[in-house]
Design a protein around this ligand. Sequence first.
Ligand SMILES: Nc1ncnc2c1ncn2[C@@H]1O[C@H](COP(=O)(O)OP(=O)(O)OP(=O)(O)O)[C@@H](O)[C@H]1O
Ligand SMILES: [Mg+2]
Length: 229
Amino acid sequence: MSEPLIELTGITKVLKGQSEPRTILDGVDLTVREGESVAVVGRSGSGKSTLLSVVGLFDRPDAGRYLLAGQDISRLRERRAAKLRSSHFGFVFQRFFLLKHLTAAQNVAMALVNGQGWPRRERRRRVLAALDQVGIAHLAKNRPAKMSGGEQQRVAIARALVRNPRVLLADEPTGALDTETGTLVIDALLGATENGCGLILVTHDRDHAARMGRILDLADGVLTERVPA
Ligand SMILES: Nc1ncnc2c1ncn2[C@@H]1O[C@H](COP(=O)(O)OP(=O)(O)OP(=O)(O)O)[C@@H](O)[C@H]1O
Ligand SMILES: [Mg+2]
């Protein structure tokens, strides 16, 4: 079996707002391997986005163990977390967060601005390869305003893929799209898993969830694997 990329054990997250502290994640266990796709489903407010932000190192758990590619990162300083976040993860959200005045290619290239140090020609090659991977290389010079929602979301996926992440984290990436367009977006995300990328998809869409290798239900702070019918 392929290597585990992500291994969470007993992950707990307590949110301390103005009122009583609330336990949002209450001992979550989750393993995602290379090339594996996982859907996370659950009611609104069940903590799906919170879980993704813990996995993607935007947020820290209050308890539990987190192994990333075999390395224990349960306790990590912010600088190191930021490095791992950009080297290991690609993020896709319901909103595309594209810059309007830039072309598709320039939007994707934004993800390469920091750190990589590749020559211009190599950056360009990678940008076009990422756009091609999601089927919109022909739109490289178009600006977001002239693209459909599905095309814009695929630009956002290309932007997430261009740094070769180990894991893609997608939080309701089809939430703003119709079913047909959403299907193309899911195709693009699944395409990335063929190169060994792990995928965690948060979705309210049953059909999209059913296309993932596994479906996990988040309820009462615990993830439970749904047994295929
Ligand atoms: N920064 C915060 N401070 C306090 N409470 C928060 C904060 N962020 C989220 N919550 C609460 O934590 C719970 C889980 O939120 P989360 O956004 O993870 O749910 P979700 O499953 O992603 O919901 P949805 O399907 O609506 O996106 C909710 O009850 C929410 O109100
Ligand atoms: Mg959410």
